[in-house]
Structure formats: C-alpha cells, structure tokens
Design a binder for this molecule. Structure first.
Ligand SMILES: NC(=O)c1ccc[n+]([C@@H]2O[C@H](COP(=O)([O-])OP(=O)(O)OC[C@H]3O[C@@H](n4cnc5c(N)ncnc54)[C@H](OP(=O)(O)O)[C@@H]3O)[C@@H](O)[C@H]2O)c1
Length: 425
C-alpha cells in the first residue's frame, strides 16, 4: 500500500515537472516580455513560490496545490489580463477591406473570422485550395448572418504563393477593389533538403517571403497608403542568442553563422538559389520582419507591421493536431487568443501603433518614416531587431547590421521578382 502511495506520489511529481517544462518551452515568447514588463511582480511570485516549496512545515499536498495555483494564475494573467485590450468595434471598421493570405485555416482563418464577425469588415480570403477557401468563406458568412451583422463579407479567391503567376493574377483581380490592409500570413514549416523550385529558388522562401513581397508591391501600386501586416515568428528572437557560446553541432544543425550571428547572411544578401535547409523557416520569418522594416522607407504613405505570435495552437505542425494538443492542456495559447497581435496590427490606427505611452517598447517620438515595427504576443509594438532585452547587442548581429541586411534583402528580392515575372509575361 505504501509502495503504491509512493509510486502515485512520484507520478504526480513527475507530471507536474513535465507540465512545467512544457509550459516553459511553449510559453517562452510570453514569459520573456512578461519578465521585462513586470520584473518586480515576476520576482515576487518566483520567490514566494520557492519559499512555499522550501518551508518544511507545509505539507506536500499544500505545496503542490500552491504550485499549480501559481501556474494557473500565470496562465490567466498572460492570456487574459496582460494582452492590450482590442479596439471597440466602430463604423470606420465596418467600411474596411482586408486581404488575408493562407486564410482557410489557423491564424489566417481566425483573424478573418473575428474581423468580419466582430468588426463587420470585408475579408478577402486568399487560399491555394478552392474547396478549403469556399468552405472558410461559407463558415464566416454563416456566422455574420447568425450574429445579425449588416456589414462584413468573406470573399474567397485563389492564391498559390508557390507560383508568381498566381500572385499576379490575384493582384489583377483586386485592381478595382479598395483595399485597406494586406495581411501576408500564409506559411508552413518546411522539410529539409527539398529541391529548388521551378524558379531555381528555395521553395519555402519563395512562398513565405518572395511571393508576399510581390503581392505587396503589386497592391501598393493601386493603394499607396496600404497597411501591410506580415506574420513573422518568435524564431526571429534567435538573433538574440549568443551563438558564439553554442557548440558546433547546434550551429551546424541550424546552419547559422558562427561569428556571432542569427541568420544566414549570405542567404539573405546573395539570394536563395538552393535547396531548403533546416534554417529556411527562421530565415523566412526574419525576412518577413526585414520586409516590414523597409516598406515605409520605400513607400512613404504605407505603414507596415510584423507580428510575433509566440506559439499558437493551429495545425501548422502535426504534433499540434488532434484532440490532445499542447493548446488543449494550456501549454500553448488557443488560436482565438493567439491572433491578438494580428487584430491589433490590422485594427489600430497609425498613431495608436506608434503611441509610446501605451506601447511599452516604443519611444514617443517614433515616426513611420523611421521604418516598420513589430507587434509582440501581448499586442504591444516594439522596434524590430532590438535585442538588448535579453543579451547584449554586441553578442548578436545587432540592429544596425540587421537593418543593413534588410536593404540588401529588398534589393535581391526585387531583382529575383523582376527576373521571374518578366520571364513569365
Ligand atoms: N502557429 C504558430 O505557433 C505560429 C507561430 C509563429 C508564426 N506562425 C506563422 O503563422 C502563419 C500561419 O500559420 P498557422 O499557424 O495558422 O498554420 P496553418 O493553420 O497551417 O495555416 C497556414 C496557412 O498557409 C497556407 N499556405 C501554405 N502554403 C501556401 C501557399 N503556397 N499558397 C497559399 N497558401 C499557403 C495554408 O494553406 P493550406 O491549408 O492549403 O495548406 C494555410 O491556410 C504562418 O506564416 C506561420 O509561420 C505560426
């Protein structure tokens, strides 16, 4: 009996430890800004929890309950209390039209759904599968009717980002439509060692960066004051890791520069003419931010925002699918909560996005001519490539170097697009 008790007790302790590790892993993108925004609170909670665990007079069960209550409290705080409140729906929202790529599932679908159903906006769904696109539009339009909205509509259109002709065809169909926001969201986790595509380019970089670059340029011709929103990822923070202290096998696995660096600089400045490697996703997501930084510098009426979602429970990777998922146990935020940065990026006015008094990581005199910005998991804006929140800037490539690379990437992207779209005309 006592063996059974010890075994079940050990099992409970092990479950709590595993849960904590999963929580730390999947919530890292939220825990880091949490520590930065509320260092005193975070420290007090940590000290309090450790003190309870170390007090001999408190029983094992009381300690466990206190620990679990603390974790649940943190989840509630970062999911419900800390995120910047969303704008209240108004008449101006209901006149707007947003184009969303990869809109048939996950972040794209949920963002489109909330914009149309809660804010009465028109959403143009760009998807590569007609059947999935039609189904997504039907579902959103059904919800618009069921809540009794008088505005808002979902319109499905075909867009395959692996094919520049498809991107140009979508832009041509939108020529006479007024568009306020372009949400470049589509993406996927690429496998390694995939051969180059029909353009002789890395296939994932083509879909996630180059096609979005092309679509943006095409739409900006007609809509110079377009808001461009790119879905990036927390992986861009990998720039903050001091790679010089990492072992060679880690550097080789992720194909990163050894001396210190976060991205494959040759890849970004000299082109993407090679098979997909394990760093392709990180490079593409960093490129999504570099693109945003440059847009207002090249198009003076446009505004641009990259979003960092952290982990969100979608179907982007197979372990996130099914009924028992990291999101279902609270390790990851669910998609309806996770799209908050996208909603802020799309719904906020130009001034709201740069308001340093609300956005903890933005200076008050910031202007759009200084470049595009990033919105983090809590919906607050920040400068792109500011690494001093974690490690010293000199141990990463640094903001100056990243901004220089952004210009190089723009020029390379322009050249590649020109070459391949001219050839197909
Ligand atoms: N979920 C996360 O934790 C997380 C974290 C950081 C960033 N992100 C980013 O969030 C974005 C959305 O991902 P998600 O999590 O919502 O995953 P998802 O549910 O798999 O959605 C991805 C969407 O992109 C579409 N897509 C992929 N390749 C395409 C192409 N060549 N042409 C047109 N559409 C294409 C997919 O269409 P199909 O249905 O036809 O495949 C799907 O609609 C991605 O850019 C991803 O990198 C996600």
């Amino acid at each position: 009996m006592s063996l059974l008790t010890s075994l079940s007790s050990a099992l409970i302790s092990l479950s709590i430890a595993i849960y904590t590790l999963g929580f730390l892993f999947f919530r890292i993108a939220e825990l880091v800004p949490l520590l930065k925004l509320y260092p005193t609170h975070s420290l007090s909670i940590s000290i309090g929890t450790i003190a309870i665990q170390c007090t001999p007079s408190i029983g094992r069960w009381s300690k466990r309950i206190a620990y679990i209550a603390t974790l649940l409290g943190i989840i509630h705080f970062i999911d419900v209390r800390l995120p910047k409140p969303l704008p209240i729906p108004n008449d101006a929202h209901a006149t707007k039209t947003v184009v969303i790529t990869g809109a048939n599932s996950g972040v794209g679908y949920e963002t489109a759904r909330q914009l149309a159903v809660h804010y009465g906006m028109n959403v143009i769904l760009g998807c590569r599968s007609k059947a999935k696109c039609d189904a997504a539009a039907r579902s959103i339009n059904g919800q618009i009717i069921s809540v009794g909205n008088t505005s808002g509509k979902a319109i499905p259109l075909i867009l395959d980002l692996a094919d520049f002709t498809s991107v140009q065809s979508l832009a041509a169909q939108l020529q006479d439509v007024h568009i306020d926001v372009l949400f470049n969201n589509a993406g996927y986790a690429p496998e390694s060692n995939l051969p180059v595509n029909q353009y002789g380019l890395d296939p994932s970089f083509t879909s996630m960066h180059l096609s979005h670059f092309l679509l943006t340029e095409e739409l900006l011709k007609r809509h110079p004051s377009l808001r461009v929103v790119n879905t990036s990822s927390g992986t861009h923070h990998l720039c903050a890791i001091p790679f010089t202290v990492l072992p060679d096998w880690v550097l080789n696995t992720f194909s990163v520069d050894q001396n210190p660096g976060c991205v494959d600089t040759d890849f970004l400045t000299n082109g993407m003419y090679r098979e997909t490697d394990s760093a392709a996703y990180i490079n593409a997501k960093i490129a999504n931010i570099m693109h945003v930084v440059e847009i207002p510098l090249r198009h003076d009426m446009a505004t641009a925002v990259a979003i960092d979602l952290g982990w969100v429970g979608t179907g982007i990777q197979s372990f996130m699918e099914g009924s028992f998922t990291p999101a279902s146990v609270g390790w990851m935020r669910s998609v309806d909560v996770g799209v908050l940065p996208a909603l802020h990026a799309i719904l906020s006015t130009n001034d709201e996005l740069l308001d340093g008094s609300v956005n903890h990581f933005m200076s008050n005199n910031r202007e759009w001519k200084d470049g595009g910005i990033v919105i983090g998991v809590f919906g607050r804006t920040a400068e792109a490539f500011v690494f001093d929140w974690f490690w010293k800037e000199e141990r990463s490539l640094g903001r100056t170097k990243m901004l220089e690379l952004s210009k190089g990437l723009w020029n390379v992207s322009e050249e590649i697009i020109e070459k391949h779209t001219m050839a197909s005309e």
